[in-house]
Ligand binder design. Structure first.
Ligand code: NAD
Length: 480
């Protein structure tokens, strides 16, 4: 599909419905959905009432016994069928994603394709029963059981991928689900719910959208067996506190302040574009974006120039237009927040290695910016802006840089870059985070567990570890 072929007005007139018990349900009220590139209202999404949340949970509860009893091979096939549905509708979903989220159309298409690949990958994940003891007296097998009804809450930066990251493992392991997208980007998840109505038994996957009240209603609800949450660390703390009332299990995939440590022996021309995209893909609205660039003093100036030069070649604009590589910030609140970081840096007299002009009359646009060696205690270094403003910081000593990297309350990801791979690995091993890469970054797969240390979260997604987060261990002891 070419960008010119998209009829955004037709998309705006699409009515998306919630999916409860396999049926279309309109909201008790509506919430406007805004295209961040144009600031136009493109759709009215359903705003679920508390009764509709109860109905979705009740439907998931009714569907649970038959779904958990469905042979694993059939559940694998059902999760693979999700991939087929996503692929068959990829053009439509990509256009919808660009319209509500802002990312360039080709990137949106990539997200839908990746989500399909993910469903397939998760569908193939195997786990074992383990014999814990086999004596003359008894045999004890450690097995895995589904938890029951899962409430899944996702953010607005990767609305398709992050929904599938929860749907696939939850359904594979025999749970049923109530999925809630962000009020900022509800359309793609709701549409996926519609598209999957015929692919799954009624009640197995329910998709509901709502206002700011819906998330707290879910986390405090007594009838969920687990809350699977992706979002900010601040909200994650509220989710955990709220879920504590009913001891509802949680996985929390939260914020990050990932560092890239660039050692002095790197090939600057080769790594500069990689580091640029590490920082700025998805307009830096990425939990695993590089948010602090620690560069050895010997190469600091040369790398700064290479990043600035590369940055000048990148086009920021409306994601529906051909050739655009970076879209807007997804919503006004986030736009104001990121601008706050920039203004604070300017007021503090920080210089900028890179500033990217944006030629747009409307929309929440901020072009990529790199701040030149700000003090280590400035907010741009210590906090997660979740937008395209990144501090570049100089270091000379490995112990010092590792201490600075690990001083963050976050611990999601990180990367080390160097030609001497052994030396780079030695640094990487000392970074306290859930994922760390050497000479690559953000390389994820359905088979690689990811998640955070400290305030970046609890639990893991993806891989066997991530799938098993949707299960409870049962030790089954049989007397001989
Ligand atoms: P957010 O925490 O504001 O919202 C996330 C979701 O939680 C939304 O669906 C929202 O409606 C809901 N929510 C808001 N308040 C709630 C409450 N009190 N109780 C229950 N639910 C509530 O996050 P965001 O701004 O949408 O997303 C950006 C953040 O997400 C960043 O910090 C980013 O790093 C993080 N993130 C983490 C990962 C990861 O895998 N670790 C992935 C993507 C994004």
């Amino acid at each position: 599909m070419t960008a010119g072929a998209i009829d955004t007005e037709a998309l705006g007139s699409i009515t998306v419905t919630m999916t409860i018990d396999g049926a279309a349900v309109a909201g008790a009220a509506t919430i406007p959905v805004i295209n961040p590139a144009t600031e136009e209202v493109v759709a009215q999404a359903p705003r679920a009432s508390r009764e509709q949340l109860d109905a979705a949970i009740a439907a998931a509860r009714r569907a649970f016994p038959a779904w958990r009893a469905t042979p694993l091979d059939k559940r694998r096939a059902a999760v693979r069928a999700i991939a087929e549905v996503l692929r068959a509708n990829a053009d439509e979903l990509a256009a919808l994603l660009t319209t509500e989220q802002g990312k360039p159309l080709a990137v949106a298409r990539g997200e839908v394709d990746r989500a399909a690949m993910w469903a397939e990958g998760i569908a193939g994940i195997e786990w074992d029963e383990r014999v814990a003891e086999d004596t003359d007296q008894h045999r004890v097998v450690v097995r895995r059981m589904p938890l029951g009804v899962v409430g899944a809450i996702v953010p607005w930066n990767f609305p398709v991928t992050l929904a599938v990251w929860k749907i696939a493992p939850a359904l594979l392991t025999g749970n049923t689900l109530v999925l809630k997208p962000s009020p900022n980007t509800p359309l793609t998840a709701l549409r996926i719910g519609e598209l999957l109505r015929n692919a799954l038994p009624a009640g197995v996957l329910n998709v509901i959208s709502g206002g700011d009240e819906l998330g707290p209603w879910m986390t405090s609800h007594p009838s969920f067996d687990k809350i699977a949450f992706t979002g900010s660390s601040a909200t994650g703390k509220k989710v955990m506190a709220s879920a504590a009332e009913h001891l509802t299990r949680v996985t929390l995939e939260l914020g990050g302040n990932d560092a890239a440590v660039v050692l002095p022996d790197v090939d600057i021309a080769e790594v500069a574009p990689k580091l640029y995209w590490a920082c700025f893909s998805n307009s830096a609205q990425y939990c695993l974006a590089t948010k602090r660039l620690y560069v050895h003093a010997d190469i600091y100036d040369e790398l700064a120039e290479a990043l600035a030069e590369y940055g000048r070649s990148v086009t920021v604009g409306n994601g529906m237009e051909e050739g655009v590589q970076l879209g807007p910030i997804q919503n006004r609140a986030q736009y104001e927040k990121v601008r706050g970081f920039v203004e604070e840096s300017r007021a503090a007299g920080h210089r900028f290695v890179l500033e990217t002009p944006v030629d747009q009359e409307r929309g929440y646009f901020i072009g990529p910016m790199i701040v030149d060696n700000p003090p280590e205690d400035s907010r741009i270094v210590t906090e997660e802006p979740f937008g395209p403003v990144v501090p570049m910081l100089s270091f000379t000593d490995a112990d010092d840089v590792i201490e600075r990297v690990n001083a963050s309350p976050y611990g999601l990801g990180g990367s080390v870059w160097g030609t001497d791979v052994e030396a780079a690995v030695a640094v990487a091993e000392r970074i306290e985070s859930g994922v760390v890469w050497v000479n690559e970054v953000q390389a994820l797969s359905p088979h690689i567990p990811m998640g955070g240390h400290r305030e970046s979260g609890i639990g893991r997604e993806n891989g066997v570890e991530g799938v098993l987060e949707y299960t409870a261990t049962q030790s089954l002891a049989v007397r001989k």
